[in-house]
Design a binder for this molecule. Structure first.
Ligand code: ATP
Length: 233
């Protein structure tokens, strides 16, 4: 069964028509990356899938249910985790308190297990969100999403602004999630790292899918990477 199936999504911000018939799917246990230049519509696609910026047309199915008109809360409760761009951790709560806020769903991920996955967070468990480095905040955002025990985790540019060593750690964690049977939809500017880890890639251009196929194959075509995915490749 597909974890996620979306087709024909048209999304607007007011009168601006941003997504023009976007369709994509994520299968069980797959890492799928969604690439594209700045402004191509990657964040908008994730927001539409989550129900945060509902699509005006099109359909979305998650785990076999039609979630097209669902609220973000209901989509999350069904098993979709979302780590938005810019790591929104609670600045005035400690790491430990941040981890106690998420909506919990039963499953393999517990606070003890996320501390095992991110030993650095355990070391900093009493520090406030605002005292953390960018990398620590990203880890905390991911840890919070994991506590929802999602079937599908959507990550919006997790490597943004992080030092290369931390990016490597974040990608190692994503690879571990797949081993646990979780599916991941990954929006990235870091095309090289994304195509290395992902099974399949979709590339958005002006709000429409311009490429769909094996991630490794996309990564090998340097000219196409430059044309569709921007200079950061
Ligand atoms: P980035 O890598 O810069 O985050 P992106 O591919 O995620 O880019 P989106 O953030 O989805 O792109 O933006 C797609 C388009 O929608 C852009 O032209 C952007 O200016 C526009 N847009 C985004 N958010 C809004 C908003 N709240 N109101 C109006 N237009 C918006």
């Amino acid at each position: 069964m597909n974890v996620l199936e979306a087709s024909g999504l048209h999304t607007f911000y007011g009168k601006s028509h941003i997504l023009h018939g976007v369709g994509l799917e994520v299968r069980e246990g797959e890492i799928v990356t969604l690439l594209g230049r700045n402004g191509a519509g990657k964040t908008t696609t994730m927001r539409s899938l989550m129900g945060l910026t509902p699509a005006r047309e099109g359909s979305i199915r998650v785990l076999g249910q039609d979630t097209t008109k669902w609220s973000p809360y209901r989509v999350a409760a069904l098993g979709v985790g979302f780590v938005p761009e810019g790591r929104r951790v609670f600045a005035n709560l400690s790491v430990d308190e941040n981890l106690r806020v998420p909506l919990e769903r039963p499953g393999p991920w517990t606070i003890a297990r996320v501390y095992e996955l991110f030993p650095r967070l355990q070391e900093r468990r009493a520090s406030k969100g605002r005292q953390l480095s960018g990398g620590e905040q990203e880890m905390l955002s991911i840890a919070r999403a994991l506590l929802l025990n999602p079937k599908l985790l959507m990550l919006d540019e997790p490597s943004q602004g992080l030092a290369p060593l931390i990016v490597k750690q974040v990608f190692e964690v994503i690879a571990q999630m797949r081993k646990q049977g979780m599916s991941v939809l990954l929006v990235e500017q870091n095309v090289r790292a994304a195509v290395e880890i992902a099974d399949r890639a979709y590339v958005l251009e002006n709000g429409a899918i311009a490429y769909e196929g094996p991630a490794a194959e996309f990564g090998r075509d340097e000219e196409r990477v430059r044309a569709l995915a921007g200079a950061s490749a």
